[in-house]
Design a protein around this ligand. Structure first.
Ligand SMILES: Cc1cc2nc3c(=O)[nH]c(=O)nc-3n(C[C@H](O)[C@H](O)[C@H](O)COP(=O)(O)OP(=O)(O)OC[C@H]3O[C@@H](n4cnc5c(N)ncnc54)[C@H](O)[C@@H]3O)c2cc1C
Length: 431
């Protein structure tokens, strides 16, 4: 397959990387971004609302050191010496990347992609100009879908509709104001849940944190929470007007229930004949979790979760470019479908479709290696895989202090970690 024109949907970190790599390849590129700025999640002003894309909250610090959040061809400014960064520094990094590679001229801002459908050998893309409400149709040989996450995923419990207090999803969490003096049930076991529980613990009357990770991985995450907080591993049986009954037979009263339970994958702009379907958090059929096996001139970037983000985007994009540039030939549709089935079997996905895109830090290196070996691109440096495993372990051991450490990548295989105790800020945060 040799293409000339590429369309990119979304200009967050994955879309920017797609634009950069396509122009280096000599493709004609047009990118659409529904907001007025690049950066996706990192373009945040802490607003909440139906048209707000970013879910970054007040005081957020990255959960990975900056070396794990950069493209291989562009490093953070030398002046940024700390490892874990605030939102403004990450946003600045993506702005500098955009400037250095002159990406803005390829982007149509305030343009929302509302429809993508195959027409002959091309993709017809209908775009809405959000400034003047006019519609435009373009045609492209290939499409990179880089729209990020926007649809909150929430488990359903009996009685949820009769609960009289407030229910919110972490999508709409920006600060702890609404939790002051309240009794809170927090459900979730990802990084947002960890950050939220630490912050809410300081202001709430009581917080019960339902954290499934302790059940699934059998690990006790050390958070040094106050005595107002308890961690529960027993599932909610049902909600009542004033609280929740748990499967262990206990009952607790709450005024707020907060779900930090992640997001669903949604592609509201894809036509039914795009070849892609989404069911139970599983986007199908995708060769190596990115190329549309039914119509391989489309790729969806960034689906694998519980892994590094920026290095993942770059590898997936370079993987696709090997085929779209004509340097490599894709396997047949049947071979790609077979590969997907084998991958599912190896990862035991058959019964758990919702885990189809789960990688996990113990094994994500295998996926990165597979992308590299299959397409003949540079693999992810071993030091980055090792560093990420180390950091995740560290976070498990003491989530409250893991960001006090400073990391340095020394070479392709080694990194240093500054674990001096005098970096520990508070007495009660000691490891
Ligand atoms: C609270 C929070 C904290 C996080 N912390 C970290 C961290 O510490 N480290 C880390 O590596 N990652 C972190 N992430 C993950 C973060 O999502 C990624 O770093 C990265 O921003 C994802 O890039 P993306 O380009 O795939 O998606 P996004 O950043 O979500 O960008 C998608 C872009 O597509 C646009 N778009 C969507 N639909 C359309 C459409 N129809 N038409 C046109 N444009 C569209 C959006 O406006 C947006 O600009 C965090 C995420 C959240 C929510």
């Amino acid at each position: 397959m040799k293409v000339a024109k590429v369309a990119v949907v979304g200009c967050g970190p994955s879309g920017l990387c797609a634009i950069k790599n396509c122009i280096s390849e000599g493709f004609e590129v047009v990118a659409f971004e529904q907001t007025s700025e690049i950066g996706g999640e990192w373009n945040s002003n802490l607003e909440v609302g139906p048209n707000v894309h970013s879910k970054i909250y007040e005081g957020l610090e990255t959960n990975f050191t900056k070396e794990l959040m950069e493209y291989s061809d562009f490093s953070y400014d030398e002046k940024v010496t700390e490892s874990f960064l605030t939102q403004d520094k990450v946003f600045k990094y993506f702005k500098s990347y955009t400037k250095k590679f002159e990406l803005k001229k390829y982007i149509k801002f305030n343009h929302r992609v509302i429809r993508i459908r195959p027409v002959d050998d091309q993709w017809e893309i209908i775009v809405q100009n959000l400034k003047n409400d006019e519609f435009e149709t373009i045609f492209s040989d290939t499409v990179f879908i880089c729209n990020g996450l926007s649809a909150p995923w929430m488990p359903k419990f009996e009685g949820q509709n009769i609960f009289k207090g407030n229910i919110l999803h972490s999508r709409d969490y920006r600060n702890t104001k609404m939790f002051k003096g309240e009794k809170v049930l927090l459900i979730g076991s990802g990084t947002s849940a960890f950050d939220m529980v630490i912050a809410i613990d300081k202001v709430a009357k009581k917080i019960v944190w339902l954290n499934k990770i302790q059940q699934t991985h059998g690990k006790q995450v050390n958070l040094n929470l106050s005595s107002n907080s308890i961690i529960k591993t027993s599932q909610v049986k049902r909600f009542t007007k004033s609280g929740a009954e748990f499967e262990d037979g206990s009952f607790e009263e709450f005024s707020i229930i907060a779900f930090a339970t992640g997001y669903d994958f949604t592609f509201p702009f894809l036509s039914v004949d795009s070849g892609i379907s989404v069911y139970d958090k599983c986007v199908q059929p995708l060769y190596k979790q990115c190329i549309n096996a039914n119509r391989p001139s489309m790729a969806i970037i960034g689906l694998p979760w519980f892994t590094l983000r920026i290095p993942l985007f770059e590898l997936q994009i370079k993987f696709c470019m090997q085929y779209w540039s004509g340097r490599k030939n894709l396997p047949s549709r049947e071979e790609m479908l077979q590969d997907i089935q084998e991958d599912f079997k190896t990862r035991n996905i058959t019964e758990n479709l919702h885990k189809a895109h789960y990688l996990g830090f113990a094994k994500h290196g295998l996926y990165f290696d597979d992308l590299a070996k299959t397409s003949g691109i540079e693999p992810l440096k071993q030091v980055l895989v090792d560093l990420s495993t180390h950091q995740v372990q560290h976070a498990f051991e003491n989530y409250k202090t893991f960001r006090f450490y400073n990391y340095k990548v020394l070479n392709d295989f080694e990194f240093s970690c500054n674990c001096k105790l005098n970096l520990i800020k508070n007495e009660d945060d000691k490891v």
